[in-house]
Unconditional design. Structure first.
Length: 365
């Protein structure tokens, strides 16, 4: 398990590595290949992404083949950082545009090295994701898992190059039984990769004691589909009705008018507790698109741990490329509990008040 923590907070787990050191170790240890899939790239002088770019240059100098897959929707946001990526010797960069095909975007964030190890997490290739945002990821050192994720990468790489959804060829990898890779949307998945939403609903339906969820955003409103989208909402209510203790923790970005109403409704249901985390500003002042809980994770019955890249609204599962890792390992679920409970217990994390009129969240400048 790998963390990123907003500076000047007490949210870190002392025994867990940070994303920056994990990424650099993966890059420096590469012998043949590195594949990276990201929504966008963003760096600033003196920040950690510069170190990651330097590590990628070292890898390129050693003859490592590097492929970098980016989403079309934000490719023009940071031209300087994109130019730095493209300047890495012999790197291959592909831009994937899902909007004409699914209506979504490339939102997954993952790394694959030598078809032997893989990193999946909420961390974007963004300097803020390394030291100004709460993020959680998982490093999987397993060839079967890595090759299965590589199957998704190869399919999306072909889509980026052709503009067409490739045939559903089988992946060369698989799951270990207690660690499973799932992805969205189903229509883009290679054969052998289960869709994420059915897997998520299955876990919620099977919960017996507890569900702890931590997200940037939970929003069952689905205006593009003509009304509310209640698959997950209904599953949480059903779990609570069975006596399962449900705790939902979201970021302050979830207090917009389009989202807060659903949270207020959930907060009135017996056995469901909903909190919002308002991470304090950094001492240097306001940082746009930072100081936020961006982790996407769930712990079920203290035994199963879900870590991924999706926020929980309809488009993330039906239109947008995301990947998730399901770990049926109690020892890892205990780590997930610690991560969750550390944020849940902070004084700036508040129970949702159904009677409160929440201000619009401040995100950008």
């Amino acid at each position: 398990m790998v963390q990123s923590i907003p500076a000047e907070t007490a949210l870190a787990q002392p025994d867990l590595p940070h994303a920056l050191e994990t990424w650099i170790a993966m890059i420096d240890g590469a012998k043949k290949t590195i594949e990276v899939a990201q929504m966008y790239v963003s760096s600033r002088p003196g920040e950690g992404i510069e170190e990651v770019l330097q590590a990628l240059r070292r890898a390129a100098d050693r003859g490592i083949r590097i492929r970098f897959l980016l989403s079309a929707n934000m490719v023009d946001e940071e031209p300087e950082t994109l130019a730095a990526v493209r300047a890495i010797p012999a790197i291959e960069v592909a831009i994937i545009n899902l909007k004409p095909l699914t209506g979504g975007i490339m939102h997954a964030k993952y790394w694959i090295v030598d078809e032997a190890s893989a990193f999946v997490g909420s961390q974007n290739f963004d300097w803020r994701a390394l030291n100004q945002i709460h993020e959680t990821g998982v490093l999987v050192r397993d060839a079967n898992f890595s090759r299965k994720l590589l199957g998704i990468f190869e399919s999306d790489w072909k889509l980026a190059r052709t503009g067409k959804i490739p045939p559903k060829g089988d992946t060369r990898g698989g799951d270990s039984g207690d660690v499973e890779l799932v992805a969205s949307p189903a229509e883009l998945n290679p054969a052998g990769v289960r869709a994420a939403l059915p897997a998520l609903l299955e876990l919620l339906a099977g919960a017996k004691e507890s569900i702890q969820i931590q997200l940037l955003e939970y929003s069952p409103a689905s205006y593009s589909a003509g009304g509310d989208w209640l698959e997950i909402d209904d599953a949480l209510r059903s779990a609570a009705a069975r006596g399962v203790k449900v705790q939902l923790l979201v970021s302050h970005w979830n207090t917009s008018k389009s989202s807060i109403g659903a949270l207020k409704k959930l907060a009135t249901i017996p056995n469901i507790a909903v909190k919002v985390a308002f991470v304090p500003e950094h001492s240097s002042g306001f940082i746009p698109y930072a100081r936020v809980i961006h982790t996407k994770q769930m712990v079920v019955d203290r035994s199963t741990y879900w870590v991924g890249t999706s926020n929980w609204s309809r488009g993330y599962f039906y239109a947008t490329r995301n990947v998730e890792v399901i770990m049926r390992r109690p020892e890892l679920a205990r780590i997930g509990q610690r991560i969750f409970e550390t944020v849940w217990s902070q004084p700036y994390t508040e129970f949702v008040d159904p009677a409160r009129n929440y201000p619009a969240p401040r995100k950008g400048s």
